[in-house]
Design a protein around this ligand. Structure first.
Ligand code: 8YV
Length: 328
């Protein structure tokens, strides 16, 4: 395939340096207005493109993929998670899927750590008091949070991001515990002084803070179900920078409302951009608009990865970040 003539359709506005490079390399159709495409617009894009560059906001389910044109050969996702794409259907139709892992690990871990600190230390509540001009003077018993150091952090999903969170959390004096499909190497466990829990249920019952860092797959959908959330101690906090679907959001909101949990820091939601209205009313909850990996540097690196995947594919090689159904 000749990369120069390759028709690529990018569904959202990307940083300028990425778009400039895409224009140089490909016959690139960009989305200057950054308007999210609806299902019909996605089908039309998949019919006229050799390569589609979607993001988390584009739902490419089996119904839509069934209407992709013969021309579409590659879906080069701008993002690490691919839960918006029915990968099995795409692969069956001979479409290669790639993603952008690795380059957003540290930024996402930073944001996770920010929430691990913000919720128990009530940072947003403090900010709101200043904004409302309600700071009338210091008092020894006012706005008391909970100490972070010495607490047990249970990380669900010890991949790249989970490990990067563990490294930061360890520096803040947290004790690292984790649950993962597979136990990580002894060398990594030793570096992080991490305790492996084969049973998620048993881990949850013993943690002070839980951080969700696993991808959303059919196996992790509502992994934190109402039953599992009920295993947490009432003083426990939950942080999620992965995918909203991993937690039963209504069950979580109900428990937070009834004070069966101490608080939550959420950067992702089950029905984004909709958020359970109960969550917005609670003082012990910090909500962010899916900005875990939102740094300029990270977005440029993601774009660079997308370009490398497309170029390699166009040159007839296996793209470095190919996603295959057995990986999910
Ligand atoms: C991105 C993310 O902003 O990469 C991911 O999986 O969740 C986000 O950090 C988004 O996916 C871009 O498509």
């Amino acid at each position: 395939m000749n990369a120069k003539k390759l028709k690529i359709v990018v569904t959202r506005k990307l940083p300028d340096p990425v778009e400039t490079r895409m224009r140089e390399l490909f016959d690139a159709e960009l989305n200057e207005a950054d308007a999210a495409m609806n299902a019909e617009a996605l089908v039309a894009a998949m019919s006229r493109a050799d390569v589609l560059v979607p993001t988390v906001t584009d739902r490419l389910d089996s119904r839509l993929l069934a209407r992709a044109g013969e021309r579409l050969k590659l879906i080069a996702q701008f993002g690490a998670g691919v839960d918006n794409i029915d990968v099995a259907t795409a692969v069956q139709r001979g479409i290669t899927i790639t993603n952008t892992p690795g380059v957003l690990t540290e930024d996402t871990a930073d944001m996770t750590m920010a929430l691990i600190l913000a919720v128990p230390r009530r940072i947003v509540e403090g900010v709101k008091i200043i904004e409302a001009d309600q700071f009338t003077g210091w008092s020894p018993t006012w706005l008391l949070g909970r100490r972070v150091g010495g607490k047990r952090l249970g990380i669900i999903g010890m991949g790249r991001i989970g490990q990067a969170v563990a490294r930061r959390a360890k520096a803040f004096g947290l004790q690292i515990h984790y649950h993962n499909r597979r136990r990580v190497s002894a060398a990594i466990e030793e570096e992080l002084e991490a305790t492996y829990w084969e049973s998620l249920d048993q881990m949850l019952a013993r943690m002070d803070i839980v951080s969700v860092n696993c991808p959303h797959t059919p196996a992790t959908y509502h992994l934190l179900s109402a039953r599992r959330l009920a295993l947490l101690k009432p003083h426990a906090y939950i942080v999620n920078t992965a995918r909203g679907e991993v937690i039963d959001e209504s069950a979580l909101a109900r428990m937070l409302e009834k004070k069966e949990l101490a608080g939550a820091g959420l950067d992702v939601f089950e029905h984004e951009p909709a958020i359970n209205p109960k969550l917005k009313k609670l003082p012990n909850v910090v909500l962010l608009p899916h900005m875990g990996s939102a740094t300029l540097e990270g977005r440029i690196d993601m774009g660079e990865k997308v370009i490398i995947n497309i170029k390699t594919f166009a040159d007839g090689h296996k793209p470095p970040d190919r996603v295959i159904p057995s990986m999910l």
